[in-house]
Design a protein around this ligand. Structure first.
Ligand SMILES: Nc1ncnc2c1ncn2[C@@H]1O[C@H](COP(=O)(O)OP(=O)(O)OP(=O)(O)O)[C@@H](O)[C@H]1O
Ligand SMILES: [Mg+2]
Length: 418
């Protein structure tokens, strides 16, 4: 179960355990809110039987103290188990992502732009923080505590329980069925957001060239279109969510009406006591409130799938690994029938063989785009080659951990500014 949770929500092992603890804490907190209802039931029962006997007053006072104590205790436990654990996990998640990114081959960065990656580490992580501190534990908490309370209601009076509970499967089914539509809307909203973030970043990076070529206005027009698309998609997204959540909440409210109706009929038939009727009304009013929140949480949990998928795309990407031990004899760099292509698939190096001897200057001469910079990047294992072998002092670079390997190199790139 821990492994499943880790995969499903991109969590560390401790994070998965903390999530379970958080859910349990929410169940306990929800159940503690039912204790005052029980106390009220006894109080009303006494009042209906001619008032509270003097001997029972300490019982009610103690009951109140216990209720407050329980609520405080469970709230404290819930706060610790969700908030503290969530932010700790969030830190771990960001570091894990960054560590993984550090070891992913540079080819990955050719497929993903910077705005997209920044957004995964910052915005997606923040959204997941909210999910793990609020949405998921509260949703699990309300579902489990509702099931427990429902069992209690069914044992008390199954007819009234049915009148109160029929709305639950209907309301959850409405939100559940909307999952595919929501996922689709979320993905589209995310796509336009990424395109917009990328456009803004590109604009900032290239502002000098845009101004120099008098292309600023034309560029901004395109950027504005992207911003409008984000606005349009965000409204659609909110609307899609609201339609289902509001409909489900309305169905939930129908439960109060059916409890009142069924209660009135059963009362008139004489097969239900006023006290049980009163208790059902009380429980139902307490039951539906957290459930209404649960519906919103369910919708939010569904929408986390898009963020988690983006995170798992990074975490599932294979990393460049290798030995931490250097075994090179000298520093001769040898290219042996090397073949290489970037993500575009176009061959850049084909059957390249040469030796750059230690202590000598080796110059590569060729036309622009001929692959000179590529050769130096491959020697330092910024990318892994497709064919052949590259060695430093006889040591195959593809078998060495990239960071360890870089300790042998000093590189000054052509686009450096001193
Ligand atoms: N990150 C990259 N992703 C995809 N293609 C790339 C990438 N970097 C370079 N290329 C392509 O690989 C080929 C070789 O580029 P490279 O930069 O190695 O040439 P170069 O010989 O250093 O050129 P210059 O003399 O202009 O510096 C070019 O066609 C270039 O467009
Ligand atoms: Mg170059």
């Amino acid at each position: 179960m821990i492994k499943k949770l880790q995969k499903k929500y991109a969590l560390s092992e401790q994070g998965a355990k903390d999530l379970i603890k958080g859910c349990l804490a929410c169940v306990l907190q929800n159940l503690s809110f039912m204790f005052p209802v029980g106390l009220l039931y006894y109080l009303v029962s006494d009042l209906m039987n001619g008032g509270v006997p003097g001997g029972r007053i300490p019982f009610y006072v103690a009951g109140c103290v216990v209720c407050i104590g329980l609520i405080l205790l469970t709230t404290f436990f819930q706060y610790n188990a969700t908030y503290f654990a969530t932010y700790k996990e969030s830190g771990i998640r960001r570091i894990t992502l960054a560590e993984h990114l550090r070891k992913i081959p540079l080819s990955f960065f050719g497929k993903k732009d910077l705005a997209d990656l920044t957004s995964t580490i910052m915005a997606d992580c923040t959204f997941l923080e909210q999910s793990f501190s609020h949405f998921i534990p509260e949703l699990a908490g309300s579902i489990i505590s509702t099931v427990l309370i429902s069992i209690g209601l069914l044992f008390t009076d199954w007819r009234m329980a049915l009148a109160a509970l029929w709305v639950l499967p209907v309301a959850f089914a409405i939100v559940g069925f909307s999952a595919k539509i929501q996922e689709n809307l979320n993905q589209k909203a995310m796509d336009v957001k990424m395109a917009c973030a990328d456009g803004i970043q590109e604009c900032i990076e290239t502002v000098r060239d845009l101004k120099a070529n008098n292309a600023e206005q034309a560029y901004l027009k395109g950027l504005e279109k992207k911003i409008r698309a984000v606005e349009h998609r965000s409204i659609l997204n909110e609307f899609g969510l609201a339609v289902f959540v509001v409909s489900a909440s309305l169905v939930l409210k129908l439960g109060i009406a059916t409890v009142a109706l069924a209660g009135a009929v059963l009362l008139m038939q004489g097969s239900l006591s006023v006290l049980t009727f009163f208790m059902f009304l009380l429980v139902v009013s307490r039951l539906y409130d957290p459930l209404q929140g649960a519906l919103q949480n369910l919708a939010a949990v569904i929408s986390t799938r898009t963020n988690i998928a983006r995170m798992n795309e990074i975490l599932d990407h294979s990393i460049q690994q290798g030995s931490d031990r250097l075994s090179n004899q000298g520093y001769d760099i040898v290219f042996d029938h090397v073949g290489f292509a970037y993500n575009t698939g176009e061959t850049v190096l084909k059957d390249v063989s040469f030796t750059a001897k230690q202590g000598e200057v080796t110059a590569l001469v060729g036309p622009s785009g001929g692959g000179k910079t590529t050769v130096s990047r491959l020697a330092a294992r910024f990318w892994d080659i497709n064919r052949g072998k590259i060695t430093v002092g006889g040591m195959d670079v593809s078998r060495i951990d990239p960071e360890t390997l870089l300790s042998l190199y000093s590189i000054v790139f052509q686009d450096v500014t001193l």
